[in-house]
Ligand binder design. Sequence first.
Ligand SMILES: Cc1cc2nc3c(=O)[nH]c(=O)nc-3n(C[C@H](O)[C@H](O)[C@H](O)COP(=O)(O)O)c2cc1C
Length: 121
Amino acid sequence: MKVVYMSLTGQTRKFIKKLQADAIEISRLSEKFEMNEPYIMIVPTYDYQVTCIMDQFVDFGNNIQYLRGVCGSGNRNFNDLFCFSAKDLAKKYHVPLLHCFEFHGSDYDVDRIKDEVNKIG
Ligand SMILES: Cc1cc2nc3c(=O)[nH]c(=O)nc-3n(C[C@H](O)[C@H](O)[C@H](O)COP(=O)(O)O)c2cc1C
């Protein structure tokens, strides 16, 4: 399963390294990347103006067809807004919210996401 992510301050990128996943980093320059196999997304939490590049990525080509789930990276100090970007994306595209973690995550978070990906198959 491919992992598509974005990262502004490097936390999500650090998490991806721990996950040792086959991953693609999306930025304003690469939002038009077309997928041809199933993937999950890992999305840090910022205002919509920042994270909308992930929406643009999903809306590009047939990318929606291969999206299997969304994970979030955030900060619990934001309380009700913890990982709202990932939650909104999962709702919008009718896919499961697989897991949310803080910053670059822990070994527990790595295991949780691996388990979720295995369940999806
Ligand atoms: C300006 C700003 C706004 C943020 N807003 C939220 C938020 O609303 N909810 C949340 O859970 N985390 C929020 N965060 C925390 C980041 O999503 C979190 O640190 C994440 O791990 C950053 O990932 P990245 O380094 O890959 O970009 C915010 C961080 C910054 C700098």
